[in-house]
Write a protein of this length. Structure first.
Length: 262
């Protein structure tokens, strides 16, 4: 499958020949909503899905796409996805559309961000595992998606791999839909895998997982938290048991998709 099929899917669902002048003010969202996303080594952009254009692109995009922000297009960004990831990404994008426009009430569309992992190849030929987070910013008068914010963060250092799950994380404290299976291309709340880690883990356990995700050893975590190494190791064992994870990499991956770090 070619990456252009993802673009074609977006055009079939979002694009319109009747594109009005864009009076949407991007600045409040760029400075306000970005607080809901992890920084890290990343790039972000605002996409207008009606015209299939990018009104705003961060300068850091050149590190990932190889083009300056004023030259990059939708096609350039999508083309960075590994060939073996294209079908997976397309199915996830179908689930995103189904969730926002067939499942949620219109007033809740910009209250959830979509989160998933994918692999890309950067301009130097390096494979990177990217965390994509997307948030609808506004709809037009007919209820169609107009602008959306997308943040792509390099999480290769976590040594996790993309799978078929996608999460929809509530920004307003309501129910989130975590680790939804995307293989059918449709949003199915019954396909949610695992428990909500926000409920399973205590604040201290989340803190420890966050430090482990940064690459700290048990000894370094103990120094950071002013506790003994034995205490940290006991917490790690309990966390793995509570989350049914076999190792720290699996744990960190699950925590990302549960919205603990994003």
């Amino acid at each position: 499958m070619d990456s252009t099929e993802i673009i074609q899917y977006w055009e079939s669902k979002y694009a319109s020949n009747e594109v009005m002048g864009n009076n949407f003010n991007l600045e409040p969202f760029l400075h306000g909503f970005l607080a809901a996303f992890s920084p890290g080594h990343s790039y972000y952009y605002v996409a207008n899905f009606k015209s299939m254009t990018l009104p705003y692109v961060a300068e850091s995009v050149v590190d990932f796409v190889g083009k300056k922000s004023d030259k990059v297009t939708f096609q350039d960004i999508v083309a960075t996805a590994h060939q073996d990831q294209v079908e997976m990404v397309r199915l996830k994008e179908q689930v995103i559309y189904d969730f926002y426009f067939n499942f949620l009430p219109r007033e809740d569309v910009n209250r959830f961000k979509a989160v998933y992992l994918y692999k890309m190849q950067d301009p130097k030929g390096r494979t990177r595992v990217m965390l994509q987070q997307a948030l609808p910013l506004n709809l037009d008068a007919s209820g169609n998606l107009e602008n959306a914010l997308s943040v792509h963060t390099d999480v290769s250092y976590l040594r996790i791999q993309p799978d078929h799950t996608i999460s929809f994380f509530s920004l307003k404290g309501s129910q989130s839909f975590l680790n939804v299976n995307s293989e059918t291309g449709r949003f199915d709340p019954e396909s949610i895998r695992g428990k909500d880690l926000l409920d399973v883990l205590t604040p201290r356990e989340r803190e420890i997982v966050g430090l482990l995700a940064k690459g700290l050893s048990s000894k370094e975590v103990s120094v950071q938290l002013h506790v003994s190494v034995h205490t940290v190791q006991k917490h790690r064992k309990n966390i793995l048991q509570k989350t049914n994870c076999s190792n720290t990499s699996e744990l960190v991956s699950n925590c990302i998709m549960a919205g603990l770090f994003v």
